[in-house]
Ligand binder design. Structure first.
Ligand code: ZN
Ligand code: ZN
Length: 357
């Protein structure tokens, strides 16, 4: 990971942002710019310099992970050391991440940084993170592989009476066995009519013949999140859901094929949504088509109605249409897709069939 290059790119934006320095407080952005994986760290970036701040728990870790920056261990909060460093570096207009501070921390910063102008900066590092480099794509591939392996392992293991919670636990265990640091998020497992809830929390509901099984899960590997949904049948599902599965699969394929350099999030969303609308089920597709994924499970670009995010080569987005029928069940199918100069590439190896085995 070329953290220096990333910092150089960001520093080159400072003039346009109207800031002479930028304080990075959102942890995924700190990690992106430095490689620091701990839970408490900040970066102060100026055109020619950068300083890294952490607390005593991470002094040693930061020595390994952030060897190329001036590092300050702060025993009593970051505020005073950060402001002092900004003054030392001659910063008069200090940018801060408007999505990365609380009202209170903003007030504290304003009180400490007297004489300095504070400039809110929104989504700057996040926008840079849309485009993944080769190392990031490789990490996402490893995360996907662990996700695929877990799916393969559990697909043949569905049994009468197992609960949603048990299956969620098995998915998690199999992802860890396949190399995940941990799940990218708590797995969503929904049986039968529970699948009508897009984000169902697993319960003790037992599996029985005729249920659909919706699994939305992913592995976290080297800080990168995989995100995949499969909906399979256990026994013979209601014929209505068979049809819905075919429909969602067709819609997903249309969405994937609409992923290309320059397409907007709204255009890709419409490509999939129109398939579901033409079948008369538009009102049952109740969420956006997808989202970027990387150091965070939900990041840009966003695929959805009203999104004018234009897809660049190197972005990785999910394509995840769903149809949810209250009282009956639901189907969602989700893949991560890389935007390529010459088209697109879907990450998963896992099959999408209603009957996977
Ligand atoms: Zn998902
Ligand atoms: Zn997703």
């Amino acid at each position: 990971m070329d953290h220096r290059l990333r910092r150089t790119r960001l520093a080159a934006r400072l003039v346009e942002l109207g800031a002479e320095g930028l304080l990075i407080t959102r942890l995924p952005n700190v990690r992106y710019l430095t490689g620091f994986t701990g839970s408490n760290g900040q970066v102060l970036l100026t055109p020619g310099d950068a300083a890294f701040f952490t607390d005593g728990r991470y002094t040693e870790q930061a020595r390994h992970e952030v060897p190329d920056l001036e590092r300050l261990t702060c025993l009593d909060g970051f505020l005073e050391p950060v402001v002092e460093a900004a003054r030392r570096l001659g910063v008069r207009r200090l940018g801060f991440e408007s999505d990365g501070v609380t009202f209170r921390s903003y007030e504290d910063l304003r009180a400490s940084a007297k004489g300095m102008e504070l400039v809110p900066v929104g989504g700057e590092v996040e926008r840079q993170r849309w485009v993944k480099d080769d190392d990031e794509l490789a990490a996402l591939e490893r995360a996907q592989r662990a996700t695929d392996d877990a799916f393969d392992a559990v697909a043949g293991r569905l049994r009468d009476g197992m609960t949603e919670r048990e299956l969620a636990f098995e998915l998690e265990a199999e992802m860890r066995r396949a190399g995940a640091e941990r799940p990218a998020f708590d797995p969503i497992v929904a049986f039968g009519e529970d699948a009508a809830e897009p984000h169902h929390e697993p319960t003790d509901r037992p599996l029985s013949r005729g249920d659909v099984v919706k699994m939305d899960f992913g592995a976290l590997v080297d800080g990168y999140h995989a995100d995949m949904t499969r909906t399979v049948a256990f026994g013979e599902p209601p014929s209505q859901l068979r049809d819905v599965h075919d429909l969602v699969r067709t819609a997903q394929q249309a969405g994937i094929e609409a992923v290309r350099v320059g397409a907007t999030g709204a255009e890709v969303d419409a490509a999939a949504r129109s398939v579901i609308e033409e079948a008369g089920l538009g009102e049952h597709f109740t969420h956006g088509l997808g989202h970027g994924v990387g150091l965070e499970i939900h990041e840009g670009p966003r695929l959805g109605r009203g999104s004018d995010d234009a897809l660049p080569a190197g972005a990785v987005v999910t394509v995840e249409p769903g149809v949810y029928l209250p009282g009956v069940g639901g189907v969602r199918i989700e893949d991560m897709v890389e935007v390529r100069r010459d088209g697109r590439r879907a990450f998963p190896r896992a099959r999408k069939d209603l009957f996977p085995t």
